[in-house]
Design a protein around this ligand. Sequence first.
Ligand code: BG6
Length: 508
Amino acid sequence: MTALAENPLVQGLERLPVHPTALVIFGATGDLAHRKLLPALYNLAHEGALPERFELVGVSRSTYAHEEFRAIARESIARFSRTKPDPAVLDGLLADMRYIPGVFDDDSVYAELGRTLDELDDKAGYPLSRVFYLSTAPQFFPVIIGELGEAGLNRAKGGETRVVIEKPFGYDLASARKLNAQVLGVFDESQVFRIDHYLGKETVQNMMALRFANALFEPVWNRNYVDHVQITAAEDIGIEGRAGYYEGAGALRDLVQNHMLQLVALLTMEPPTAFEANRLRDEKLKVLEAIVPPAIENVPMMASRAQYGPGVQAGVAVRGYREEDGVAPESRTETYAALRLQISNWRWAGVPFYLRTGKRLARKVTEIEVQLKPVPHLAFQNQGSVGVQPNQIVITVQPDEGVSISLGAKIPGPRMRIRPVNMEFHYGTSFVSQSPEAYERLILDAMRGDATLFTRNDEIEALWGIIDPILTAWKEETASPIPQYPAGSQGPPEANALLQPGHSWRRL
Ligand code: BG6
């Protein structure tokens, strides 16, 4: 009993209990299901966080019998789970898992799904809530949504019915609007959970704790004290065999439109009156709408793109992007994107926000640096205090999760000499328990009907609205070559042109 009560995922269930649920994964044989969703479900089962009756149904194109699919799911969980699977828990989770093979535009798949779900209700003796998780390639989202509606599976039979939609939600602003219209033609917004796994990360949620559970930061969290903000989402990996998706996406769509702009929103929004879905998303929307999208002709001044060339990563020679399997030798898809944004509101006017992301950079790190302005007057200049630096607050989202604040401190000795030192909080040492994976939290929230950490329809359109002119400008600009950066490097020097005088990118 105590172990359950101490579990951070289970706490708060009294508020929104998880109703007995049937979870249907479309794209059940795909990479995401195997690497993330099935292991997350196993860990939820292990923590005792799933409802007492929980049924799992997989739908995908490959032909498998139920038993074959259970064996595959078992293997994936063993391979990708953050904890070593306990066979008894695994048996409990998968023993009755169903698998329905078929193409997503085939009506008979949905008839079969309807029968299966009814049968699971009969077995339970009451209607289960139904959660449809769309983890397929995005071109199937409208088809599946339409078919679910046709089959009448969009309406509850007693429990709740919800749909979780993976990223990318749309390809640009127009397609995101169209997809929103298609989804909302079948489901109510309250049934829709657009996922961005960054919002499920503990360290991302901690940004709200840092800002709103401490009196220390909020007074300086504005244009009077903040000089600039820098957000980095660097990866050391390449495209890992995902050329089919990545060639049509690029870094701007893959990471900036969703994950990075979500970080900006949480970092800069006004304090919500409650940590509740619509109150929080209202605040995020307001600040996203204050980011004025650039005019197309101004894009070169505020956005920079590049591709990784061949290089060396962790001592191993690696190929450049254009040599990757499935990538066109003349590809203009960016694997690196950097932006300078302005937030045109009372709190942030004039503060530059620098964002950069890239594949095959020197190391994997996601961090936010808030650099404060210099002190207005240094009283001990004549004492050799040349080392005084403006304070920096660095939130490390991953790895080495934590927060670090740099302070000017006196170097021991007879003179008043000062240099920066760091005051640090590390998750690893402050909390003994291992953090749950983002997907664990998000799947549970979707089953509970808590949309706080999911993206609302108006918010997704605001996110696309910010990058849409950049996508257009980059598509139209075909004359100049795409800058290249060596794999394993700090990125392209061209991105320095976005920085205002006196600013520099943090070293990776
Ligand atoms: C995904 C992107 O959304 O996020 C991937 O499609 C990227 O390209 C991944 O590698 C990064 O996620 P994380 O959790 O490893 O930072």
